[in-house]
Design a protein around this ligand. Structure first.
Ligand SMILES: [Fe+2]
Length: 187
């Protein structure tokens, strides 16, 4: 098989989303999640302006948002990155890595107590995840690894699963909805 060059990237520098509620986004990430606001830029563009602001998500990586004002957006633009494009809420999302179950549980309980919109949690066999919703209707996931080895697949196995597994061959026990005991919905 043709060998591939080394991965040229080193994780995420930052990712960015649009927001219509800068104050609520700041309150959510800075105060509730505890990701400090670390950088803000204000720029004029065309007949308007935008703000680009960043939160420290740990690991030397940042989560950014744009507040846009008359810079070319449609008047009825939306910022919910899944439902706004006609997909279920859980499709486009960001997953933050957490150290272990203990810190994950403490964090989950703190978010619950703070009234964060909680969706549920899932045991994925290789990791365990908590899902919450931010003020922009962006789904956020918090994950700790439970068995990293189960995540890695050979390229052959991954290719077969992706391109050579018709719907009829997807087993019933791969179901991911609320009747799966590994899925626990809070809503
Ligand atoms: Fe995910």
């Amino acid at each position: 098989m043709q060998s591939l060059p080394d991965v040229p990237t080193q994780g995420i520098h930052h990712i960015a989303f649009g927001t219509k509620c800068t104050r609520a986004t700041y309150e959510f990430y800075h105060h509730k999640l505890g990701m400090p606001l670390i950088h803000v830029e204000n720029h004029r563009l065309k007949k308007g302006y935008f703000r680009h602001f960043f939160f420290d998500m740990g690991g030397g990586q940042a989560l950014g948002f744009f507040e846009i004002n008359n810079v070319g957006e449609n008047p009825d633009y939306r910022t919910d990155p899944s439902t706004g494009l006609g997909m279920p809420l859980w499709v486009n999302h960001v997953s933050f890595r957490m150290n272990d179950r203990a810190s994950w549980e403490a964090f989950r309980d703190r978010l619950k107590a703070q009234g964060v919109m909680m969706v549920g949690e899932t045991d994925h066999d290789f990791c365990h995840s908590l899902y919450v919703i931010d003020p922009n209707m962006l789904m956020i996931e918090f994950t700790f690894d439970t068995d990293e080895e189960k995540f890695g697949m050979s390229h052959d196995d991954a290719y077969k699963a992706l391109f050579e597994t018709p719907e009829a061959q997807i087993p019933e026990d791969a179901y991911k909805g609320a009747r799966n005991p590994k899925v626990k919905l809070y809503i």
